[in-house]
Design a protein around this ligand. Structure first.
Ligand SMILES: Nc1nc2c(ncn2[C@@H]2O[C@H](COP(=O)(O)OP(=O)(O)OP(=O)(O)O)[C@@H](O)[C@H]2O)c(=O)[nH]1
Length: 495
């Protein structure tokens, strides 16, 4: 089961529970059983799921809930808390510091994606101003040296390895020493893998670890290994002190639940996930936004802002943020968002960040092609709308006859147009919620000062703290603003 499907099932179970008129033990059990089934089918270890269910039942004592308290909310919070707890080992991993040399060793089975991920990790840090370097100690697989060397050359990352030396420990020690002298601040040691867990591999890893004294050992786990994840992660952790996990190939038909098991086995957090073969298909992993997405609770604002940054011209961003903040979400806004999304790459990632869009909206199987296809269909349907329909903030305008006309005009079944309208309503509701109450009510403050003249400090004051947090605090906002510039005619692209 791919993660999108897992998310769809979990959020579906929670929604089903929320729709019940009376919340009793049966409703709670049904909801938990469905979540349990989904997690087990996604390869989360059985005992972890059982513990989770027990803990939630301990937290949620429906008979003790005082009148007036929202049982649905209590259940949702308990599920959220438990999923976060499974993914959060309670200790942060070592975080390398820019400018101070750190050695990070990558371990994992052959084919798990170690070599690819080493380069992605180096490239990720290089983009942020680090001086990373790669050391190839894989003397086991013919071709490993060339693979890493080529990757390093492509990304312009210093590299150390040897065609002739057969002792991986010697290569590692020499490589780390050499690259330290070259002032590299993040030295990444790629180790060799084996087809299966075997003594020779673990002994080599142990020796490498002893010789290079890495600040961090990252276990690379292929997300498609299924229920084997727990044992595999534990076996590696018993040989070297794993401090973090990177889960690879989450773009495929992987059963992403193995990530939860790996965390439990190593007591180390997942720090990144690999979502494709390309260098940039690599994401920071944050527990809370991830679980929120699984549960269909709001969106991942900071992730969305990052993605928007990548897809939108720099000078168009303040107006976009402003527009998002106004809560005046029309079909045209959705149209333009979809156009932006289509520029952003893997749909499953981006789609799930949009508040109000839940994973079930994505077609089953969630192949990139079919998600893109669906979004493109939405655009085609909206192309058959009038200007009035696109710009009206009132979804009620879209009555049966208008829907029938749009279906005919776009060559789509009426159900598809209705489904798109449902998606639109959900999004509009979320934006509107966010813009009122504790949401994104920055537009008035911005317009008073004029967005073009607003500096990061003023913007910091204008933004509600929770949104500011998600953008990465004052620092994150400042760097965003720096890139944004102060263009005033941005609205033209978002009309
Ligand atoms: N789709 C997808 N493919 C990936 C991802 N990460 C790695 N791969 C592919 O997985 C295959 C194996 O990756 P490698 O990096 O060579 O694996 P390795 O663990 O270094 O293997 P050894 O060096 O033999 O131990 C390659 O074809 C990669 O392109 C990912 O996140 N998504």
């Amino acid at each position: 089961m791919v993660l999108a499907e897992l998310g769809g099932r979990i959020s579906g179970a929670v929604r089903q529970m929320s729709n019940e008129i009376i919340i009793d033990d049966k409703v709670l059990n049904d909801c938990l059983n469905e979540i349990t089934r989904a997690l087990i089918q996604s390869d989360v270890q059985f005992s972890i799921v059982c513990d989770m269910q027990k803990n939630i039942k301990k937290i949620v004592k429906l008979n003790d809930v005082a009148a007036g308290h929202d049982k649905r909310k209590i259940i949702k919070q308990a599920i959220f808390g438990e999923l976060c707890r499974i993914l959060n080992p309670g200790k942060a991993s070592f975080t390398p510091r820019k400018g101070k040399t750190s050695v990070v060793m990558f371990v994992g089975l052959q084919g798990s994606g170690k070599t690819t991920t080493c380069t992605k990790y180096a490239h990720f840090h290089q983009k942020k101003g680090w001086r990373p370097a790669l050391v190839c100690t894989d003397t086991f697989r013919a071709g490993a040296f060339d693979q890493l060397k080529q990757n390093a050359a492509k990304a312009k990352i210093p590299f150390y390895g040897s065609y002739t030396e057969s002792d991986p420990v010697r290569i590692a020690v020499e490589g780390v020493e050499r690259l330290k002298k070259e002032n590299c601040d993040l030295i990444i040691v790629d180790t060799s893998g084996r087809h299966k867990q075997e003594a020779a591999l673990f002994e080599e890893m142990r020796q490498l670890s002893e010789a290079t004294k890495p600040d961090l050992v990252i276990f690379i786990m292929d997300s498609s290994i299924g229920q084997a994840a727990f044992d595999q992660a534990r076996a590696f952790n018993q040989s070297v002190a794993v401090g973090a996990v990177i889960v690879t190939k989450l773009d495929g038909h992987a059963k992403g639940g193995g990530a939860l098991s790996a965390v439990a086995a190593t007591k180390s957090p997942v720090v990144f996930v690999g979502t494709g073969e390309h260098m940039d298909e690599f994401q920071v992993f944050d527990v809370e936004p991830f679980v929120k997405r699984l549960l269909g609770m709001g969106g991942d604002w900071s992730g969305l802002v990052d993605k928007i940054q990548e897809a939108m011209p720099m000078d168009q961003q303040p107006e976009l943020l402003q527009k998002l903040s106004e809560g005046n979400f029309t079909l045209r806004t959705m149209y333009e968002q979809i156009q932006t999304i289509l520029k952003m790459g893997p749909m499953s990632e981006v789609f799930s960040m949009l508040p109000g869009f839940n994973q079930e909206l994505m077609p089953k199987g969630s192949e990139k092609g079919s998600q893109t296809y669906k979004l493109k269909r939405y655009l085609i349907m909206m192309d058959s709308m009038t200007k009035k329909e696109l710009d009206s903030p009132n979804a009620e305008l879209m009555n049966e006859s208008r829907i029938a006309r749009i279906a005919k005009g776009s060559g789509s079944p009426v159900e598809d147009v209705k489904e798109m309208m449902e998606a639109y309503k959900r999004m509009a509701k979320m934006w509107s919620k966010a813009s009122k109450g504790k949401g994104l009510n920055i537009s008035k403050k911005i317009s008073k000062k004029g967005s073009g003249n607003m500096n990061a400090e003023q913007m910091c004051k204008a933004l509600p703290p929770e949104i500011l947090n998600q953008i990465g605090g004052a620092g994150g906002l400042k760097s965003l603003m720096k890139q944004i510039g102060s263009s005033k005619d941005i609205m033209s692209s978002f009309k």
